[in-house]
Design a protein around this ligand. Structure first.
Ligand SMILES: CC(C)(COP(=O)(O)OP(=O)(O)OC[C@H]1O[C@@H](n2cnc3c(N)ncnc32)[C@H](O)[C@@H]1OP(=O)(O)O)[C@@H](O)C(=O)NCCC(=O)NCCS
Length: 237
């Protein structure tokens, strides 16, 4: 891990996870899982999926344990019925959490005082243009993308996708709610950017995250309470 997680209001902890770990580490992490989590992992089809899921769920528990300064076994991470991750621990305020994973890479964001959402996706997983138009982009957004140079279009599509998905995860509703209704900026980072995902709705803040390897795009979004920009601390495990 690059730096200590800090316990501060108004700050967001973002943690990248390396999900491919040696078997002895996976075995050790598996012992940290709650029986519900163990059952979830056991339902996965392949040994690789089971190993990656073990690492991401156990590491999540470790990250939360560090932030709350509590032993991992005292933290209840059973998700909401919608699937949105949750963290409850006796005598502590609940934390806001969002999680995503793509191949060997996991991503978690944790906040104390605001809703957060994260998403990481790989360029090669972009749906074909017809499906992209059907699932992700509104007509005006497709026009905007088609005005870009050919070579810039895949990364623009990926940005649009991870930004919308991060926002819909933050709301807890997931992509079933429909990405077409959500508006996100299309341009590449700056580090933080205010945006209004719904007409007449409140402003949110978007952060484009640096990814641990190429071929990925990752977004972090958060509810905006005031004009202050929270400090985002990015580490990896
Ligand atoms: C949640 C969802 C966006 C996941 O997308 P994905 O690209 O397949 O996977 P990601 O790795 O990015 O995200 C997975 C994480 O999303 C989180 N998640 C699941 N449901 C969620 C919800 N309703 N709200 C917020 N976060 C959710 C979980 O933390 C999950 O990780 P975990 O299993 O390690 O806890 C998507 O499956 C979804 O919207 N599900 C809700 C059900 C739904 O709408 N179904 C209709 C589909 S048309």
């Amino acid at each position: 891990m690059e730096s200590e997680l800090l316990e501060t209001n108004g700050s967001i902890d973002v943690v990248w996870l390396e999900l491919d770990q040696p078997a002895e580490i996976v075995d050790e992490l598996a012992r940290m899982l709650h029986p519900d989590e163990q059952r979830r992992v056991a339902r996965l089809a392949s040994p690789l999926e089971r190993s990656r899921a073990t690492v991401r769920l156990a590491r999540r528990r470790q990250v939360l344990s560090d932030i709350l300064s509590l032993p991992p076994e005292l933290i209840d991470t059973r998700p909401h019925s919608s699937g949105q991750p949750r963290c409850v621990a006796e005598s502590r305020e609940p934390l806001f959490i969002s999680a995503s994973h793509c191949e060997e890479v996991g991503l978690i964001a944790v906040a104390r005082d605001r809703t957060v959402g994260v998403d990481v996706e790989a360029t090669h997983e972009l749906p074909d243009p017809d499906q992209f138009a059907q699932w992700v982009a509104a007509v005006e957004e497709l026009h905007e993308i088609n005005e870009l140079e050919l070579g810039e279009r895949p990364s623009a599509c990926l940005r649009l996708w991870t930004r919308k998905e991060a926002y819909l995860k933050a709301t807890g509703r997931g992509i079933g709610e429909g990405m077409h209704q959500v508006r996100v900026p299309l341009e590449p980072g700056p580090w933080e950017l205010p945006f209004q995902p719904r007409p007449d709705g409140p402003d949110w803040l978007l952060f484009e995250l640096e990814t641990p390897r190429g071929g990925l795009n990752a977004s972090l979004v958060m509810a905006r309470h005031d004009s202050n920009v929270p400090r985002v601390t990015v580490t990896s495990r």
